[in-house]
Design a protein around this ligand. Structure first.
Ligand code: SME
Length: 169
């Protein structure tokens, strides 16, 4: 969505005042803006791309992106951050495990997760959430941090809400 004034048209900015410091408060402000961002736009890739940008811009993540389930493997979709692994097999790494076991996985220290796939050596902790379409896992939301134990129940709750937005697209 964008708005125009005089001769210029601009996309709506995602804005969280810098005075809002707690991540729960930041998610609370961000999620309605993400809803507004995708309202009226039917294209899944465009919407997911903008959601990843909104998250990266506002939440101090190192990497945030989507993997799509395609022909029985995960294939990289829209993301923000350093270049990443393009394909991940079922059951491999954190993403392939979250897909296979159909569950959210929070990893406090990636070096302790058997088979963790290090797309970037700077990544220290990670949260991965399955995204469903027609009762099947259709996508994976993967978020990485450069800090150990960065993700907790707050991220699980609010990223879960973003998953619901993507499921409804
Ligand atoms: N660490 C993930 C791979 C994807 S990257 O982090 C972007 C995994 O173990 O599945």
């Amino acid at each position: 969505m964008y708005f125009c004034h005089s001769l210029r048209c601009m996309v709506e900015n995602i804005a969280i005042p810098s005075s809002v410091s707690g991540k729960e408060a930041r998610y609370e402000i961000l999620i309605p803006q993400i809803n507004a961002l995708v309202t009226g736009e039917p294209d899944l890739i465009a919407n997911v791309a903008n959601i990843m940008a909104a998250l990266k811009d506002t939440m101090a993540f190192f990497w945030v992106g989507i993997y799509f389930v395609k022909n029985n493997e995960l294939v990289l979709g829209p993301f923000q951050g350093p270049v990443a692994c393009t394909r991940i097999a079922l059951g491999k790494g954190v993403c392939g495990t979250a897909w296979k076991e159909k569950k959210v996985i929070v990893v406090e220290d990636v070096d302790t997760f058997p088979g963790h796939i290090a797309c970037n050596a700077l990544s220290r902790s990670e949260i991965v959430l399955p995204i469903y379409k027609n009762n099947e896992v259709a996508m994976i939301l993967d978020v990485d941090s450069e800090q150990y134990s960065f993700f907790d129940a707050v991220d699980e709750k609010f990223l879960g809400r973003i998953v619901k937005i993507i499921e409804a697209l």
